[in-house]
Design a binder for this molecule. Structure first.
Ligand code: MV4
Length: 661
């Protein structure tokens, strides 16, 4: 087994590989860009080397630097993760030439799967089912037109060197073919430098089911069940699960054996994924083979109990597969969602920014979080804005769904917009629960998935105000202007302390009038008087709003208050300049203690002339400081207490005469 490996990647997959490598006693070398200097994977590694500036082309794609660092650090092997150089045959070759083991398939396998048409040729010879169509080298218009007519409609035009759905065109009838071909060719030429086309019968409601395969250097190859990855958006997987729902053991065996045949056909080594289109009638067809460990591999690990990165390391080190096909047992159901910094309400625009608050669901045998970030990390614009993968397992799919919904509620992130609410909408969707899956799921349920959430939430507004009020109950070292009780006007004996709390949510501005009584608050919300109590423990706010008791999490960063109610996050901007109205008071006469407390400081001096808003006395009560301020310009006639004195509710503190109007 290796003593030291280099991980040529970043983010969650780099952390994940390091985690397993460390469990095997293998030392890890990380590489990083300037933007990742303090990244989690760098901190987890035993040593780390700077690659260069943030852009991938200057860092994580710099094969030469990565291999040089491997040699320099004494790393015997390189794990490429996924993306970046993981399916780059030149990189795999360069590793070989440098005498560094590439933890992945042989170069030839990567090459073979690089072209869809070449891959289909190989699969056809291996007896792996293909969608009826044409993937030959004759690309003349006449031949393609003849093949198009033979295959029938609807049909799909695909770029042989395409990926991720790019360069695909659906042709519904013959008259559309020529234009579609010309357009698809242009896009393929521009996107991939090669306009070779395939034509296939178009499956209108397929599922995406893929098989995890593993092969070693001793002729062994197995499949580790399947994953259903049908729920995608613009060819990006969003939810993955294993095993595939409504998929029989016979179908598993048939598809698994086809996948092993595919792997053997290209003399595969290591972890691979064979993707199939699964049609409504139960037939399945080879789509493509990925020659890397997939993002979604954890769902396979959760139902098989196997560590696939460990398998990769064993195989790359020349060992045999840990299990034979008959030893692979499946247990339960696993679901993975990809947590992204993106805005589903703005066409999933990627988001960047600081993760000012980050709380993950508690990890246990049912919940796993694979992440590359911690609180206060920046989501940078240079890389994929994935924050984490959230994976759950339970004995059944229904229970796994329930676990996922709870875990999504417990996943709280502030500072950037995320897709967490969208993931909840997907997971709780009746069609998802009913396993009515196909690759068009999100488009089909667009209306219900993107229904405008009740963003204006008075409950969240009141909770934000209560958080502000309660947060001031922590010991105050100074009179903190964040406190709503930092009055610009004083109050009088028979007046309960009143404060206006001004909060902005999006375009919506609200001012909540709060009265503080002995044991509770009375908050005026849109003319409704709401009696509230609250208790704050860290970020957990327990509150009673009228008859409703609730417990939510709240975070504050600067003047942004984020209230988390189930899977929704409500951000409020708190205008700390608080205007207070002492209703009914004529601002004249004595100023009194609003409640029992202790005098902290006396600024007022008998005979002194003061201005409206000058702090005359500061007192402390219920671990909160209250500034008693001059309600108007005027004169302090007499001061009745000194610092340290105890005062009772209503005690006269200062005799004050406002100047004549
Ligand atoms: C198809 C298809 C229907 N019929 N081929 C999308 C990109 C690449 N993975 C292949 N894709 C498809 N090929 C035939 N003959 C539908 C898709 C497809 C799809 C496949 C899997 C997962 C998501 C998808 C989203 C749109 C289209």
């Amino acid at each position: 087994m290796f003593r030291k490996i280099l991980i040529a990647n970043r983010g969650e997959i780099a952390c994940r590989v390091i985690d397993t490598a460390h469990k095997l006693g293998i030392r890890c070398v990380a590489v990083y860009s300037e933007a990742d200097a303090n990244a989690r994977h760098v901190r987890m590694a035993d040593e780390a080397y700077l690659l260069g500036p943030a852009p991938s082309k200057d860092s994580y794609l710099r094969s030469d630097k990565i291999i040089a660092i491997a040699k320099q650090s004494g790393a015997e092997a390189i794990h490429p993760g996924y993306g970046f150089l993981s399916e780059n045959e030149s990189f795999a070759k360069a590793c070989e030439d440098a005498g560094v083991v590439f933890i992945g398939p042989p170069v030839g396998a990567i090459t073979a799967m690089g072209s869809k048409s070449a891959a289909k040729d190989i699969m056809a010879k291996a007896g792996v089912p293909l969608v009826p169509g044409y993937h030959g080298d004759d690309q003349s218009d006449a031949l393609l037109s003849k093949e198009s007519a033979r295959i029938g409609y609807p049909q799909l035009l695909k770029a042989a060197y395409g990926g991720g759905g790019k360069g695909m065109r659906v042709v519904w009838k013959q008259e559309e073919f020529n234009d579609a071909l010309a357009s698809a060719r242009r896009e393929a030429k521009a996107g991939f430098g090669n306009d070779k086309m395939l034509i296939e019968r178009y499956l209108t409601k397929p599922r995406h089911i893929e098989i995890q395969v593993f092969a070693d250097n001793h002729g062994n190859a197995v499949y580790l069940a399947e994953r259903d990855c049908s729920i995608q958006r613009r060819h990006q997987k969003v939810i993955e699960e294993a095993p595939a729902p409504n998929f029989s053991s016979e179908q598993r065996k048939a598809m698994g054996e086809a996948a092993v045949k595919a792997a053997k056909a290209i003399d595969y080594r290591g972890a691979g994924t064979v993707e199939f289109l699964f049609d409504e009638d139960g037939s399945f067809y080879f789509m493509e083979m990925n020659t890397r460990l997939q993002v979604e591999h954890p769902v396979t690990e959760m139902i098989t109990g196997q560590d696939l990165v460990k398998w990769q390391l064993l195989v790359a080190a020349g060992e045999q597969l840990p299990l034979a096909q008959d030893d692979i047992q499946l247990d339960g159901h696993a679901i993975e969602v990809r947590v992204y910094a993106e805005d589903p309400d703005n066409d999933f625009l990627p988001q960047t920014g600081k993760l000012t608050y980050l709380r993950q669901p508690e990890a246990n045998r049912h919940v796993r979080v694979d992440t590359g970030v911690v609180e206060n990390d920046e989501v940078s614009p240079f890389y994929d804005p994935m924050i984490a993968k959230l994976i759950v397992w339970d004995e059944s799919r229904d229970r796994a769904i329930a676990r996922m919904l709870r875990a999504l509620d417990d996943y709280r992130i502030a500072g950037v917009t995320t897709n967490l609410s969208f993931l909840t909408s997907l997971t709780e969707h009746p069609a998802f629960k009913a396993a009515e899956l196909d690759t068009n799921f999100i488009n089909k349920h667009q209306q219900s998935l993107f229904a405008p959430a009740n963003k204006e939430n008075n409950q969240a507004l009141v909770l934000a105000a209560l958080f502000i009020l309660q947060q001031q109950k922590a010991p105050q070292t100074s009179c903190n202007s964040f406190s709503p009780w930092h009055f610009s006007h004083g109050w009088r004996i028979n007046e309960t302390p009143k404060v206006d709390i001004s909060l902005q949510h999006g375009e919506q501005s609200s001012v909540l009038k709060v009265q503080q009584l002995q044991q509770h608050y009375v908050i005026d919300v849109e003319g409704q008087q709401l009696c509230c109590t609250a208790e704050l423990n860290g970020d957990e706010l327990s509150a009673v709003l009228g008859e409703h008791r609730t417990k939510v999490r709240v975070s504050r960063y600067g003047d942004t208050i984020s209230v988390f109610i189930k899977h929704q996050r409500y951000d409020f901007s708190y205008q700390t300049e608080v205007s207070t109205e002492v209703e009914g008071a004529d601002h004249a006469g004595s100023l009194t203690a609003p409640m029992n407390g202790t005098i902290v400081a006396v600024m007022a001096k008998a005979g002194a002339t003061v201005k409206a808003g000058d702090t005359l006395v500061i007192m402390e009560a219920m671990k909160m400081e209250y500034s008693i301020k001059a309600p108007k310009n005027g004169v302090v006639n007499e001061v009745f207490y000194a610092a340290g004195d105890l005062v009772k509710d209503g005690a006269e503190l200062v005799d004050f005469s406002p100047e004549e109007a």
